[in-house]
Design a protein around this ligand. Structure first.
Ligand code: PLP
Length: 395
């Protein structure tokens, strides 16, 4: 049987067997968590147990965690709250503050930030998209310089999903605090790969997602600092303390709670192993394949992410050839699959469109082994050589 090597863990992760077990058990908790009877209470207790595990993992209290339908929804919730333009809104605490219409973000955020802000721009909101340096880092000084009297939110991702670069989040959060501006960080990729304590970081909002940490899909998490009275993105019942309506996804929440519990036990050992495998992969590529370069920070970066540009060939051709050999990689963010535009993240690093088109993301995970990397290092050189032979731009 052909070997399969899954190296697309930034797009999504396989469910941890223990999470799977917890989910199967959770199927028995059919009661509506809002119901007062025994079945409802059992589901509700399990949800609150999950919330406690998650809160303790990021150093906060359970009431500061909101369950959403995805990381994308959590990101949208923050922006929606900041721009609540309901005159005399009696739900959130943004009343009369909607004239503050400037937000600072970076050019390399996930589409769930960038596309949402594009939409708000059409409603008159002003957005500053900060550039990054050639390694994908936002300069805290650029954040300082971009602040206007009307700035109401700074949103900078913790770590980038395509290149793995980790941002100076603590420094930027301090700048925001100093100017009395809300700070949000999208930590969907950083969660489980970096130790995060929201209290130490002093962030106001932080986004996470279940399916990037060996948990289920369709469950996102938003940390909201105590004292902020959030406006819901989705109206309805009184779920999540009036901050996100909709009957709770009991199964997803229990699954993600288990995923966090496992992170607290396994994360360090996993990351150590994964980093060693990434270094082996990088070294092997350098030895075996000419005309390649690595995108993003190489030191201050996620332990699992390696983004490589293979000159003279298209990322899509590499991806399909690798898939034929059972190797799953990605040409950038999964959400841009089907788009022929080069990745906005790689382009923001100042590389040529040709190099951006030839970039491949290797996202390692807890299930990868030395043998997987040996297999990739065996299969990739001939793939690249073959594609270069038929490339019109290869000399
Ligand atoms: N933010 C980042 C950095 C991501 O990588 C992703 C998913 O790829 C998201 C947000 C969206 O998360 P979800 O897939 O849960 O909507």
């Amino acid at each position: 049987m052909k070997r399969t090597v899954y190296l697309d863990n930034n797009a999504t992760t396989p469910i941890h067997p223990e999470v799977k077990k917890a989910i199967v058990e959770a199927l028995a908790l059919y009661g509506n968590p809002s119901s007062m009877h025994q079945q409802g209470r059992m589901a509700n207790n399990a949800i609150e147990g999950a919330r406690e595990k998650i809160a303790s993992f990021i150093g906060t209290e359970p009431e500061n965690i909101i369950f959403t339908g995805s990381g994308s929804e959590a990101n949208n919730t923050v922006i929606n709250y900041i721009y609540c333009n309901v005159p005399d809104c009696n739900i959130c605490d943004r009343k009369n503050k909607h004239y503050n219409k400037h937000i600072i973000t970076s050019a390399i955020e996930h589409p769930s930030i960038l596309q949402t802000l594009k939409c708000y721009e059409r409603r008159g909101v002003k957005v500053t998209y900060l550039p990054v340096d050639k390694f994908g880092t936002v300069a805290p000084n650029d954040v300082k310089k971009a602040i206007k009297p009307t700035t109401c939110l700074i949103s900078i991702m913790f770590a980038n999903n395509e290149i793995g670069t980790i941002q100076p989040v603590k420094e930027i959060a301090e700048i925001a605090r100093h100017h009395n501006i809300y700070f949000h960080t999208d930590a969907v990729q950083a969660t489980g790969k970096i130790h995060i304590n929201v209290h130490d970081l002093n962030v106001d909002f932080m986004t996470m997602s279940g399916h990037k940490i060996y948990g289920p899909k369709g469950i996102g998490l938003l940390y909201v600092k105590k004292g902020i009275k959030l406006c819901p993105l989705i109206y309805g019942g009184h779920h999540e303390k009036n901050r996100r309506a909709g009957t709770e996804n009991t199964i997803g929440i229990i699954g993600v709670g288990k995923a966090f519990e496992l992170l607290s036990k396994e994360m360090d050992a996993n990351n150590k192993k994964i980093l060693a495998l990434k270094q082996k992969l990088k070294k092997g590529f350098l030895e075996k394949i000419p005309d390649i370069s690595f995108n993003g920070q190489q030191e201050n970066s996620l332990p699992n992410t390696l983004n490589v540009s293979f000159d003279y060939i298209e990322g899509e051709s590499i991806l399909l050839s690798a898939d034929f050999e059972g190797i799953a990689v990605s040409t950038g963010s999964a959400c841009s699959t089907g788009s022929l535009k080069p990745s906005h993240v790689i382009m923001a690093l100042g590389v040529s469109p040709e190099k951006a088109h030839g970039s491949i993301r290797f996202g390692l995970g807890r299930e990868n082994t030395e043998e997987d990397i040996d297999y990739v290092l065996d299969k990739f050189p001939p793939i690249v050589e073959k594609l270069r032979k038929i490339s019109s731009v290869y000399k």
